[in-house]
Design a protein around this ligand. Structure first.
Ligand SMILES: [Mg+2]
Length: 229
């Protein structure tokens, strides 16, 4: 089998950094609005910009700057803007901190299967993260995509000569890693991360109708796969 792994919040920590940065951003803007309001307005702007910027830290940083100007009614000063830019730099420079046990798990799963990384987001940043993770050698292919929809998975698997029925995708996001793969005839396993970006929440009906297995942690994967594929 070909086993695809999502990267952010599946192989290494990611969303916790975005959430911590959002809390710091809310603190920076506290003289203009309550933290809850700052967070909500930032999220609205991120959502609105998704089709322009795509996913990732650079998109998030631009949205923070736009939100700061908006929330302060144009009164934000350059010292604050500088701090926001630095928050973005800090997130970009964060080395890949691996999820517990990842190396052993990849070693074990890789003994019987061929492994791929399929991650979405900013190309340059994702490639840097893959490099800094030290995990590259475990993977046959690494792919950075703009979207994780059925058409993208179909095209990507076709390009590598992989049939959907021979493919299992592992990831923390139901709408990105699991549902689209099931929709093209593959299989998906959901391994939730302890926090989920609001944009990646799936509605319960969709989750039930797809009937995908959920594991409590990546550590359960080798034993689960041994029975399942
Ligand atoms: Mg993910």
């Amino acid at each position: 089998m070909i086993i695809g792994f999502d990267a952010d919040d599946t192989l290494w920590h990611n969303e916790d950094g975005f959430q911590a940065t959002t809390r710091t951003f809310e603190g920076l803007l506290r003289s203009w609005a309550d933290p809850d309001e700052v967070g909500a307005r930032l999220f609205t702007i991120e959502k609105r910009n998704l089709n322009r910027y795509g996913y990732g830290v650079k998109a998030f940083t631009l949205s923070m700057i736009e939100a700061a100007i908006d929330i302060s009614d144009g009164n934000i000063d350059t010292a604050h803007l500088q701090m926001i830019i630095e928050l973005g730099h800090h997130l970009l420079d964060r080395p890949a901190e691996l999820i517990d046990g990842v190396v052993d798990i990849l070693e074990e799963v890789g003994r019987n299967h061929t492994l791929m990384i399929i991650t979405k987001g900013d190309l340059y940043h994702q490639l840097a993260r893959i490099d800094s993770s030290g995990l590259k050698d475990y993977f046959w292919r690494t792919e950075v995509v703009a979207y994780k929809d059925p058409a993208t998975y179909r095209e990507l698997l076709g390009r590598h000569g992989v049939l959907p029925r021979d493919f299992v995708m592992i990831g923390n996001s139901l709408p990105s890693d699991v549902f689209p793969v099931i929709e093209i005839g593959g299989r998906g396993i959901h391994v939730p991360y302890h926090v989920t970006w609001a944009m990646e929440h799936a509605d319960t009906d969709a989750a039930n109708s797809h009937n995908a297995p959920t594991l409590d942690s990546l550590a359960e994967l080798p034993a689960f796969l041994a029975d399942w594929v």
